[in-house]
Design a protein around this ligand. Structure first.
Ligand code: NDP
Ligand code: MG
Length: 384
């Protein structure tokens, strides 16, 4: 039996992970399940999977969790410190699926235990970059990418020497707004933006897919996970989301990973790694899909990938600032406070105005930059 903790168990990636565990109940023991405030759902899951501990990040939601777990013997805890403590419990694998930089401290706590971390929480790696990768190295942890593109790259690199890579191609569906004009993009509503054609995901990443910030964050994520240099990572729009990414080698052989657009597949690949496990989803039916198409990204209508590439080139604190500003912008868009096209504009504003350190040396440094960029983004919004 292997043990697992799921940080962000009540979200979309959490759901897919638990669906997979349901099919393999005898093989897994659940240690910790966490949420922010979905206490009732968290308690249900903790009961179903007989977790040792359930934690809500928001302490005000703890009484509800306690009540829902009364008499079960499952420990209930709440607050940021409790979340980080839970992430520190030794397990065979930690599924990091909290959304946003809020997941960074718990991920770092898991890394410090030297275990295996299946990372979905890309914002954590984008913000902390070298700080996280150095911690992985120092503590002998293993980082497995859950993000479908990075999981595809990881699979396409198996058995090869990274020095032989000529180009990594990150594929992008282009999101639900790919074909809209610049004019039409200004009037996009939150409902339109979250209606992704291929993937069923949480609200934040759905908006990121619509703006292409998701691909921008993924570019930075790939830069840290696969050290080939930024100029060897490119983005290609592939609306069918069948090829999840590819690696071209020096002899011009390209190895790609294909699969259904279901997060169960990359999650299964991480949980079973280096072996394979059954995944409860429909297999890929290429005859039914018929055609695969590819387009260069349009960075005029969707400036996010350009901003992210520049932030990655600049390095230091800049990716953390980009991420924090984007988190604030997405929340403001979802709350109906700003138009869709203002998301990238706000990120660009914050990048232009912020004073940021050249380098980040610790988790504390990253969190300081993250909160100051959030404050700055908020201030720009309030003074607009
Ligand atoms: P969801 O919004 O569906 O779920 C987020 C989870 O994190 C929930 O359990 C939520 O708890 C918890 N959470 C939210 N805010 C906080 C906080 N401040 N502190 C602690 N926990 C918090 O997100 P997704 O599952 O879609 O995405 C999770 C991560 O995985 C993101 O980084 C995303 O980019 C990445 N990812 C997602 C994919 C997908 O298909 N969904 C694909 C590839 C990557 P609560 O329910 O209480 O709010
Ligand atoms: Mg992805």
């Amino acid at each position: 039996m292997r043990s697992i903790s799921i940080l962000g168990a009540t979200g979309s990636v959490g759901d897919s992970t638990l669906k997979l565990l349901r099919q393999h109940r005898d093989a897994w023991r659940v240690e910790a399940l966490t949420a922010q405030c979905s206490a009732t759902k968290l308690a249900q899951l903790a009961r179903e999977f007989d977790a040792r501990i359930a934690v809500v990040g928001d302490e005000s939601c703890l009484p509800e969790l306690r009540e829902a777990l009364a008499g079960t013997g499952i420990e209930a805890a709440g607050g940021r410190a409790a979340l980080i403590e839970a992430a520190r419990r030794p397990v065979d694998i930690t599924l990091a699926a909290i959304v946003g930089c809020a997941g960074l401290a718990p991920v770092m706590a898991a890394i410090e235990q030297g275990g295996t971390i299946a990372l979905a929480n890309k914002e954590a790696l984008v913000s902390a970059g070298e700080v996280m990768m150095q911690a992985v190295e120092r503590h002998g942890a293993t980082l497995l990418p859950v993000d479908s593109e990075h999981n595809a790259i990881f699979q396409s690199l198996a058995g090869s020497d990274i020095a032989d890579v000529r180009m990594i191609t990150l594929t992008a569906s282009g999101g639900p707004l790919r074909l809209l004009s610049a004019e039409e993009l200004q009037r996009v509503t939150p409902d339109q933006a979250v209606a992704h054609p291929n993937w069923d995901m949480g609200a934040k990443i759905s908006v990121d897919s619509a703006t292409m910030f998701n691909k921008g964050l993924e570019l930075i994520e790939a830069y840290h996970l696969f050290p080939v240099g930024l100029d060897r990572i490119r983005i290609l729009v592939h609306p069918q989301s069948v090829i999840h990414s590819m690696v071209e080698y020096r002899d011009h052989s390209t190895i790609a990973q294909l699969g259904p657009s279901d997060m169960i597949v990359p999650i299964a690949s991480c949980l079973a790694w280096p072996r394979r496990m059954e995944a409860p989803c429909e297999p890929l039916d290429l005859a039914a899909i018929g055609e695969l198409s590819f387009f260069a990204p349009d960075e005029e209508r969707f400036p996010a990938t350009r901003l992210a590439r520049a932030a990655c080139e600049e390095g230091g604190a800049t990716p953390a600032v980009l991420n924090a500003a984007n988190e604030i912008a997405v929340a403001a868009f979802l709350a109906g406070q700003i138009p869709f096209t203002r998301i990238a504009a706000l990120v660009e504003d914050v990048l232009e105005r912020s004073n940021r350190p050249q380098a980040l040396a610790s988790l504390e440094d990253v969190l300081t930059v993250d909160s100051s960029a959030r404050r700055q983004a908020q201030a720009i919004l309030e003074n607009a």
